[in-house]
Design a binder for this molecule. Structure first.
Ligand code: SF4
Length: 477
């Protein structure tokens, strides 16, 4: 009998596109090391490639990027290649647009009107294809298939008077979700889209100004959180370490609620809401809504554990570990065979057989995207002796695709795209299945004035999607 399953990384859940990190220091120092630790803390946001760029000699940029996890890409030798610096940025990538190869790895480093520049971006520009085609017709050239390069070329195109002008004008043209850091040889800028869909937080440490996708990355380098970047805010860090902000037009806050459901780390605080507390509140709400006669409760690791423990506390049903997830984090190139190298990007789920044998189990998951993982897990639990498996989900049914950098881009990919709760329950093989209603998820995440994007649940996208080209297809609305 099998007591484990191996699930390809791409199948496991929805995925975030990227994590970004940027630092400005008032004096030259080993920023690459700090960025390395920051990226390591953001590894959950992207495992396909990692890169770091640092400036030196005023207008030069040294960078290194490659395919793999942060500690695959950067060893002592690679970090030594990156000189002491006053400004640097880093990136971890999961590809939802563009192929997964090193040409598409970030930071994107290029020559422009202001010399060497480097940009690292999280999110998805929904009209990137349209802009790219227009620019190609106008004589611009591109070397990669990623929207970040479109942004870089557009910024350079508009930067006739200053880099800030280029950033502001480019941001007026692009539609979608983005948070990015861009550096020249001497300056650092950070920006967040007018909906504030992707997270970006600013911190401080020993005279350094730091930007990161999540506060857990600031914690990793012992930096103090100052504040979140506001929706539509573009920040320039001055040479003395002070910052200046300019705001874009058409600001209408719509933070991605899926950050709290699944994408972010539980120990991050995003837009003043603790991810841990939001997940905990969801678990309590599930316990109030769905009282199930069961022996034990457990969570699918890692992101559903908090909600499952909260369900246990509120219901009095004991929490047990049913599944263990081991992610291989070693250096994949020392694996002797191709098969073993490939296994380094898979997730192995083991079952604690003695904990579940003969038990009626409530299994809590944060979300169900394709349903393939839920189906495999439930089958595994039954094979190993679980008498009943009742599935509770700490988010509503995902019915609509996301076009903003989360890897669930077509309705056909979604088990909830065309099916209701009963049909999904039958398909994944659970004894019962219940989701949390959208209004309760919003309240668990402290939603006020409709300030969250919940489009994957209700289909109300934060931009007018009519006629917007998304990648290679036109959205159907
Ligand atoms: S559609 Fe869903 S996953 Fe995409 S940005 Fe909106 S809330 Fe986030």
């Amino acid at each position: 009998m099998k007591d484990y399953i191996i699930i390809p990384e791409k199948e496991f859940r929805a995925h975030e596109e990227c994590g970004i990190f940027g630092i400005y220091s008032s004096k030259p120092q080993n920023l690459a090391q700090e960025i390395y630790y920051g990226l390591f803390a953001l590894q959950h946001r992207g495992q396909e490639s990692a890169g770091i760029a640092v400036a030196y000699d005023k207008n030069k940029i040294a960078y290194y990027k490659n395919m793999g996890l942060v500690n695959d890409v950067f060893g002592t030798e690679e970090l030594k290649l990156l000189p002491e610096s006053q400004v640097g940025i880093g990136h971890v990538r999961y590809s939802t647009t563009g192929s997964s190869n090193v040409v598409n790895a970030q930071p994107v480093v290029f020559y422009g009107r202001y010399g060497r520049l480097a940009i690292a971006h999280n999110g998805n520009i929904v009209n990137a294809e349209t802009i790219r085609n227009k620019m190609i017709k106008a004589g611009h050239i591109f070397q990669s298939s990623i929207d970040t390069e479109v942004m870089a070329v557009l910024i350079n195109h508009y930067a006739t008077d200053s880099l800030m002008e280029g950033i502001l004008r480019a941001c007026e043209d692009i539609l979608g979700a983005y948070a990015f850091v861009i550096m020249s040889g001497t300056a650092l800028y950070a920006a967040r889209d007018p909906r504030g869909m992707k997270p970006l937080v600013m911190g401080e440490k020993d005279g350094m100004v730091i930007f990161a996708s999540e506060s857990c990355a600031l914690d990793a380098v012992d930096a103090r959180v100052i504040r979140d970047i506001e929706p539509g805010e573009v920040i320039k860090v001055n040479p003395d370490g002070t910052t200046e902000s300019v705001f874009l037009n058409d600001i209408n806050t719509k933070h991605c609620i899926f950050e709290y459901v699944y994408l972010a780390r539980s120990d991050s605080i995003i837009d003043n809401v603790s991810v841990y507390e939001a997940r905990h509140r969801c678990g309590k709400l599930l316990a109030e809504l769905h009282k199930i006669d069961a022996d034990i409760v457990s969570g699918v690791p890692d992101s559903a554990i908090v909600a499952a423990r909260a369900y246990s506390e509120a219901s009095g049903i004991p929490y047990v570990d049913a599944l263990s997830k081991n992610r291989y984090v070693g250096r994949s190139f020392i694996q002797p065979s191709q098969e073993m190298r490939e296994s380094s990007v898979k997730i192995k789920l083991n079952v604690f057989r003695s904990n579940i044998k003969g038990k009626r189990l409530i299994l809590i998951d944060d979300s169900i995207v394709r349903g393939t993982t839920s189906k495999k897990i439930i089958k595994l639990l039954r094979q190993n002796g679980a008498r009943e498996v009742h599935m509770l989900v700490a988010s509503p049914i995902i019915k609509f695709p996301c076009f903003f950098g989360v890897d669930m881009q077509t309705k056909e990919q979604l088990i909830g795209g065309f099916q209701d709760e009963n049909a999904i329950c039958a398909e994944i093989g659970a004894d019962s299945l219940h989701y949390i209603p959208l209004e309760l998820l919003k309240s668990a995440c402290n939603c006020t004035n409709d300030n969250y994007c919940v489009a994957c649940f209700d289909g109300n996208y934060p931009y007018d999607m009519d006629d917007i080209h998304c990648g290679n297809h036109i959205l159907e609305c």
